[in-house]
Design a protein around this ligand. Sequence first.
Ligand SMILES: Cc1cc2nc3c(=O)[nH]c(=O)nc-3n(C[C@H](O)[C@H](O)[C@H](O)COP(=O)(O)OP(=O)(O)OC[C@H]3O[C@@H](n4cnc5c(N)ncnc54)[C@H](O)[C@@H]3O)c2cc1C
Length: 415
Amino acid sequence: MAEPGLLIIGASQAGVQLAVSLRTLGHTGPITLVGEENHRPYQRPPLSKEFLRGSVTEEKLIHRTGRFWEDNDIRVVTGERIVRVDKDADGSGVAHAASGTTFPFDRLALTVGARARDSGLDGSDLPGVLSLRDADDALELKSRAPAASDVVVIGGGFIGLEAAASLRSMGKRVTVLEAGPRLVGRAVGPETSEYLLKRHTELGIEVVRNARVTRIVSGGDAVGGVQVDGRFLAADLVLVGVGAVPNTELAESLGLDCRDGIRVDEYAVTSDGVTVAAGDCTNLPNPFPEAPDGDRIRFESVNNAIEQAKVAAHTLTGDPRRYTGVPWFWSNQGDLKLQIAGLSSGYDRALVRHDAERGRFSVLYYRGDRVIAADCVNAPLDFLAVKNALAARSTIPYDRAADPAVALKALTVGT
Ligand SMILES: Cc1cc2nc3c(=O)[nH]c(=O)nc-3n(C[C@H](O)[C@H](O)[C@H](O)COP(=O)(O)OP(=O)(O)OC[C@H]3O[C@@H](n4cnc5c(N)ncnc54)[C@H](O)[C@@H]3O)c2cc1C
C-alpha cells in the first residue's frame, strides 16, 4: 500500500508555503493540504483592503491558480474540518474530519492559524455584528455594507483601522472605538499612534480612545447601535476587531505544549519532537533577539507564516535550518502605507523623520546606538534601509537620521 505521506492541517498562508517549499526542496512524497474553509487557499490581507473596497475580485485572492496543485502533485482538500487526531509516538496517525472522512498520515504539520477574538459583549450575536478573519466574513461585510450608513468599528488595531479606512472610502460614517489610550498600541510607538490618529481623523473617521463599550444594542431585526461611555452610538453595522486567538485545540488534544500558541523550537518542531507547526498558531523563539521582546513571541504576519513554513519544510526534508531573520509587516489603511521593520519593544529612544510635504513619516527606534526597528508611513525607502541595516547587523547614526532630506541608506554604517 502507498505511504500516506505528510498531512498539513490548515490550508492558508503557512500551509500553502509549506507544501510549495517541500516541492521546491525536492520532496517527492505524498502531500495532503486540508482546510475547513469552502474556498481554495487564498490570501487574507486584501480582505480588509482591496477586496472590501471592491478593487480586487475573489479570484485574485487565490494563492496558486491554474493547474499548480495538480502539476505539483499536492492534494488540496477544502471544506473538511479536522476535529480529532490520533497520533503514534513515531509521528504517524489518522486525522478525523467532522464529516467522517479520515486522513492517514506518516507525518503531521499544523498550520491552523488563529481566529477572531470574541468581544464577549452582550449583543455580539445580533445580525450586522461581524468580525473579519476569513473570506466568508469579508463576503458578509461586503454584502451588508451597501445598505449601511453608520459603521462602528470596535478595536483600533491594524484590521480595525484598515477596514475603517476602506469603509470610509465607500462613503460610510465610521467611528472607531479603541479601549486603550492609543491606536495600535501594542505594535507601534506613541509617535506613530498619534500620526495614525491624525490621518484617520483627516479621512473623516471619528476615533474614540479609552472607549468603554458596555454592550451592542439591537435595533429590531439587526444591530442598532453601541452603548459606549454612557452614550448611545447609532450603527447599522458593527465590526469587531479585538485581536486573534491561536487555534491550539488540536495540538492540546495531542498533548503538545501550548502557551499563547503551539510552542515550537527554532526548527518549527513542536514538543513531541516530530510534528511541525508554523504561522499564526505558533509561539516561537524570537528569531530576532536584537529586540528584547522576550525569548519567545507569537507573530501574526504573512512574513512570519512564510518564513517559518520554509523552516518547517527544511526540517521535514532532513536539512534543518534555524529560523532567524528580520520580522517585517505591512498595513495599508486608505492611502497610508505603513511598513514595520524589526521589533520596537525594548527601545530606549526614538526619533521621528517627517516630510510633511511628501506625506512621509517614519519613526526609528534605538537601543543604545543600534537601530532595532522602524515604523514607516508612505516611506518605503526608509523601510528598506532599516530592514537592510537590521539584516546586515548595521546601524544608522541617531544624530543624523532625523533629517528627511538625507537618505537613510547613505547613512548606514557597520557596527
Ligand atoms: C483581514 C486581515 C488582514 C490582514 N492583513 C495583513 C497585512 O496587511 N499584512 C500582514 O503581514 N498580515 C496581515 N494579516 C495576517 C495574515 O493574514 C496572517 O498572519 C496569515 O494569514 C497567517 O497565516 P496562517 O496560515 O498561519 O493562518 P491562517 O491564515 O489563519 O490560516 C489557518 C487556516 O487553517 C484553517 N483551520 C484551522 N483549524 C482547522 C481544522 N481543525 N481543520 C481544518 N482547517 C483548519 C483555518 O480555517 C484557516 O483557513 C491579515 C489578516 C487578516 C484576517
